[in-house]
Design a binder for this molecule. Structure first.
Ligand code: EPZ
Length: 419
């Protein structure tokens, strides 16, 4: 297992090239099951989760290869296998987004509950209820799930009880080649949903309203080859913004074409960052002392993203004053708090609320990455800590950040990856 050894105190300065969005690339790769021919996906990040998706596609009979740094080509001769082995399913949470497309393509799918970051219970009841409404019979048995649409997947009017990102994606993918029209009300509105719909529409799908609460899909018979560029990763952008902020540095994050940072840039402004977007780049310049934030509540898009909760907690732990964070999306998404407190932070968790009393200094410690974003928060904290921090279990971080240590090192951080 690898670890990061970080000696804190260096200001970050320079350029970071932003990766393509993991949470967009993964469902797009799943959706390529529906597309006969080649999907040429540029800006596809080089991440362990992407390799896990490629292994599922290969198992299903597709040929997947990476050319250059970040173009992934999926050649799909027509998927007919409907079973995904447990080992492949358990490699990541996003494997569940193969359910919709395999069903949409083959009217049948057998898989098990997915793996992924342990953020509390992560049921898939919303996915399965929606699929039932689309004519799918669902049998669940000891973690195994068998879905079959005897007469093919049918369009339906679905009202989601919560705008689940994964459920919205699965319904879209089950619906694009279904018989008839589908309407999803209370759909997730995340930019990654828009990206998935744009890819599918480029292949010939008829999806309207992605990014809004109501999405309509008219089933089509076939989807054809296309070239598509995955959107930039807004969570990675915020991670580098936090790293600049906590070190009192100045970064230019390039490759942010079309990225809408409004939903979170305002918080970085409040924390004491100058942020501006110009010429496909985000410029971030930190002030010397970080301001506390009275209230941050994680909410579905366009609210503050849960994936950024840990990432902003790191700089807030040394802010001037007390910040209150409320985590409303996942039940156990404060696993990084223990590690930050071991570094000298003063954070108390009361159920879904975290009270972050800013301290003057963080100190190096031996800590363990608990999950992807929590691990990234530990790296951010370590960049500003006095002394050396060793973070083990960095495979969690590698699931979502491409060349994280290399980019930070190039911008001036003292970070080394060790085996
Ligand atoms: C996606 O997960 C992202 N993952 C997560 O990013 C992100 O945190 C999350 O959306 C919320 O924005 C990918 O895109 C691969 P949800 P997903 O379904 O689809 C409950 C990261 O760090 N729920 O919107 O799993 C669920 O338990 C990751 O990059 C049900 O109760 O999120 C959770 O509390 C982690 N039943 C909430 O809804 C269901 O059937 C949000 O889940 C589905 C979800």
């Amino acid at each position: 297992m690898q670890r990061f050894v970080i000696s804190g105190g260096n200001e970050l300065n320079g350029d970071i090239t932003l990766q393509g969005a993991k949470n967009s690339a993964l469902p797009i790769l799943s959706a390529s099951v529906l597309v006969r021919g080649s999907s040429v996906l540029s800006n596809c990040p080089d991440l362990t989760d992407i390799y896990a998706a490629a292994r599922i596609l290969t198992h299903l009979g597709c040929k997947v290869h990476r050319t250059g740094q970040n173009t992934v080509i999926v050649d799909n001769p027509g998927v007919s296998l409907t079973y995904i082995p447990d080992k492949l399913m358990r490699e990541m949470r996003s494997s569940i987004t193969f359910l919709g497309p395999v069903l949409g393509e083959c009217s049948e799918c057998r898989l098990c509950l997915p793996g992924g970051c342990q953020l509390g219970p992560r049921p898939i009841d919303i996915h399965l209820d929606a699929l039932r409404q689309m004519g799918v019979t669902v049998c669940e048995d000891h973690g195994g799930i068998y879905c079959k649409a005897e007469e093919g997947v049918k369009g339906a009017k679905i009202v989601l009880p919560f705008p689940s990102v994964g459920a919205t994606e699965n319904i879209i993918m089950a619906a694009v080649k279904a018989d008839g029209d589908t309407e999803i009300k209370n759909a997730a509105r995340e930019p990654e949903i828009v990206d998935l719909a744009s890819y599918l529409n480029k292949c010939g799908a008829k999806i309207h309203g992605a990014g809004e609460s109501t999405i309509s899909i008219s089933g089509v018979k076939t989807l054809n080859s296309c070239e598509y560029s995955v959107m930039p990763d807004r969570i990675a952008a915020a991670t580098y913004m936090s790293a600049a902020l906590i070190t009192g540095g100045k970064l230019r994050i390039t490759g942010t074409d079309g990225l809408d940072i409004e939903s979170f840039a305002v918080f970085f402004g409040q924390m004491g960052c100058s942020v501006y977007v110009y010429d496909n780049s985000i410029y971030v310049k930190a002030k010397k002392r970080i301001n506390a934030i009275k209230s941050i509540k994680t909410l579905p898009y366009p609210g503050f993203p849960t994936d950024m909760q840990a990432i902003v907690m790191a700089p807030l732990s040394i802010a001037d004053g007390t910040s209150i964070i409320e985590e409303n999306i996942f039940e156990s998404r404060y696993k990084h708090v223990d590690a930050l407190n071991r570094m000298g932070a003063d954070i108390k968790v009361y159920g879904k609320v975290a009270v972050v009393h800013g301290v003057n200094t963080l100190y190096g410690a031996d800590i363990e990455a608990t999950d992807l974003r929590g691990g990234a928060a530990m790296v951010i904290a370590a960049l500003a800590a006095e002394g050396t921090t060793e973070i083990s279990e960095v495979q969690h971080i590698d699931r979502g950040y491409e060349s994280f240590d290399k980019f930070l090192h190039a911008a001036g951080a003292d970070i080394v990856r060790k085996s």
